[in-house]
Ligand binder design. Sequence first.
Ligand code: A3P
Length: 333
Amino acid sequence: MATSQTSLPKYLQDLEGVNEVYRKFFSVLPKEKGWMGTYMYNYQDFWASARTIQGVIACQQQFQAQDSDIILVTSPKAGTTWLKSLLFVLVNRKKHPVFEQNHPLLVKNPHDLIPFLELTLYADGQVPNLSSFTSPRLLSTHVPFASLPKSVLDSRTKLVYLCRNPRDIFISMWHFTNKLRLHHIDTNSMEEMFDLFCKGVSPYGPFWNHVLEYWKQSIEKPNKVLFLMYEEIKAQPKLLLKCLAEFLECPFSIEEENLGVVDEILRMCSFESLSNLEVNTSGKLSTGAENKVFFRKGEVGDWKNYFTTEMNEKLNHVIEQKFQGSGLRFLYI
Ligand code: A3P
């Protein structure tokens, strides 16, 4: 369906959605078909929409990290919403005890509790007022390691990285971007999007570069970067939540464990629980996206319901080639 660009939600706009001063800059960047109908541009070796890149640049120029900051970094569709909820409840459990009836997670979407730097706070090139954030500030981003604001690397800010089987990421992204189009633009065929994904053209991709950079950092600087996998959290939620708490220097006390705090955090943040909250069934984010689009199935291995043998072979080949020698394995494929 043809729709004029300016009547589209901002996240679907192309150059109309960015500052005039940036337009010339985008006109010389490599460009490919975007997953949501607009184009994606290649900036600093990763792909993103023009509006996203404008937010990344603003964030690179202005964001001042603090030593106590905690930044969640994810590849889109790796389970960001889930980890935001776990992080928020875990880190704020003194201020907001988990058994409290009016806990913020029950009335706010996790993306409103932990905002994205480039997609929310610095979106549209704005300068956010971060003074209302209490320490430790919980923030998030999808930005590749090499493009993080310099102050993040120079400070003792902790980075929690979440990765997921690329097959499930692809399927999740395909559904998500089709929903976000709001029927303004025809659905992309899965074949076309799969080819783009394998070529590395996906939001913040190539996926492999994104993952490998943070994987390497997590090995070199284990106190700065914690590398987590969606599938591992699903398989051993208690163990991984405790690891996360240790990494963030807020381990569970014996008393908390005996009181069932660990189990309660996992229950509150479960797909079942979050996806059924009123705020997540009928609420919207400031960008206009409906909260419910962040909850689909929440399972490991849904790709098997979609992949043809050819798709599987093709992606296996890419994964083998890209991750060879890295020591990183997708255990739950
Ligand atoms: P599926 O599309 O495979 O269901 P992101 O939050 O990074 O956008 O990722 C969204 C994916 O995480 C979706 O995957 C979504 O269903 C899943 N998800 C959302 N909340 C979850 C939760 N509490 N537990 C597990 N998975 C969750």
